[in-house]
Design a protein around this ligand. Structure first.
Ligand SMILES: *Cc1c(COP(=O)(O)O)cnc(C)c1O
Length: 400
């Protein structure tokens, strides 16, 4: 493996902090490196692999579609994107879909649509209110919306027209609203910010404020969508429907895709030529997404995933009770994090990997778990045993 890692260091941009594993193969929750070592993969491609690695339905859909037609451009109609749009529209209660290729592109589309709507209906209002610790992507627009100084500062000046207010602070949103405000955009649960839950009533309060002031509510469900939090969309927990929603990560089971869904009255403001993507809604990606979404929407699938996530959360909470190092378990469904008493998440990730478990140090003091929704009870138990052994190794013998 060290040879490949040295080659990577030689030939690729060094913009990622990769774990020192060269993964060659995956099957469900398991992955193998090129030396044949087996891991339980609780990173799941950063909340992408909702059905685990190489799920047979996704593999078959990709192979079948690849043999038919891979790409046509949007100068023509193709059927997989139309079927996919219907499923997403029916489930979300929104009216129309637009497809692109990544999360940041979905956020860009959502923000452009909001500005277009403001241009047509709100006298050119354009400002978008977002929150601290948010993550909306890396392109200039979505970076400008992202409330993380570390990502922003080296790339200033950013796109104007954003107001970043403290997360979970409704009053701050009210205060930041003015005549130029067009939308409020949040993640229903902040993912990259450390798996931060919305305060009770926060999302409903945003909805009420947007209704009162005639603003659009945009949910960035790039990470939380497609069953990740136990319901197909995270907003279903709170019963708060946005006007525009961004999707990506889990949507096509690992194949690059992004999407926005919007209400008809809003979507209608993108007229021919306003926005587009050469690859967007490409038959290959759409077929993979269709297979993924059908699995997740199959009767019983989300119920089982919720039962599995309850088991995982319970096991993690027992660590919280028994080890001083674990201060908190937070999140929902298969998007969970354990908070740590000190900045040792990188060491915990290393300890876990040496014992055969892949997890993610989302913050210096938090480890994030994003297993596939298909993870078995046995895999959950083994992962938690490894996590416990790793925590014990870090604590010395210091259990409370
Ligand atoms: C990952 C993520 C993005 C960016 O997605 P990319 O596909 O990496 O561009 C945007 N928003 C949220 C909430 C995310 O988690």
């Amino acid at each position: 493996m060290t040879d490949w890692i040295a080659e990577e260091h030689r030939y690729l941009f060094q913009n990622y902090g990769r774990q020192p594993v060269v993964i060659e193969r995956g099957q469900g929750t398991r992955a193998w490196d090129i030396e044949g070592n087996e891991y339980l993969d609780f990173v799941g491609g950063v909340a992408v692999n909702v059905l685990g690695h190489s799920h047979p339905a996704v593999v078959a859909a990709i192979a079948d579609q690849a043999a038919r037609v891979i790409h046509t451009s949007n100068l023509f109609y193709t059927t997989p994107m139309i079927e996919l749009a219907r499923l997403l529209v029916e489930r979300s209660g929104l009216d129309r879909a637009f497809f692109c290729n990544s999360g940041t592109e979905a956020v860009e589309a959502a923000m452009k649509l909001a500005r277009r709507w403001g241009y047509d209906t709100r006298g050119g209002a354009f400002e978008i209110i977002t929150t601290t610790d948010s993550f909306h992507g890396r392109t200039m627009g979505s970076l400008s919306a992202t409330g993380n100084q570390r990502y922003r500062e080296p790339f200033e000046p950013l796109v104007p027209g954003f107001r970043i207010v403290p997360w979970n602070d409704l009053e701050a949103v009210r205060q930041a609203t003015n005549d130029r405000t067009v939308a409020v955009m949040v993640e229903p649960i902040q993912g990259e910010g450390g798996v931060n839950m919305p305060a009770p009533g926060y999302l409903a309060g945003l909805r009420a404020w947007c209704d009162e002031r005639g603003l659009l509510l945009i949910f960035d469900e790039v990470q939380t969508g497609i069953g990740r939090t136990g319901t197909f969309f995270a907003f279903e927990h709170d019963g708060v429907r946005p006007d525009i929603m961004a999707l990506a990560k889990g949507l096509a089971g690992g194949v690059p895709i992004g999407a926005i869904l919007a209400r008809d009255e809003v979507a209608a403001h993108f007229v021919k030529g306003d926005h587009g993507s050469t690859f967007g809604g490409n038959p290959l990606a759409a077929a993979a997404a269709l297979a993924t979404v059908r699995e997740v929407l199959a009767p019983g699938f989300l119920e089982r995933a919720r039962a599995a996530s309850a088991r995982l959360a319970e096991r993690l909470r027992s660590l919280e009770d028994r080890y001083g190092l674990v201060t908190e378990v937070r999140g929902r469904g298969m998007l969970l994090a354990i908070g740590l008493a000190r900045d040792c998440s990188a060491e915990l990730v290393d300890e876990a990997r040496r014992r055969g478990l892949l997890v993610n140090n989302v913050r210096p003091n938090a480890v994030r778990l994003m297993p596939p929704l298909t993870v078995s009870d046995d895999e959950i138990d083994r992962a938690c045993d490894i996590l416990e052994a790793s925590i014990r190794a870090l604590e010395g013998a210091g259990s409370k």
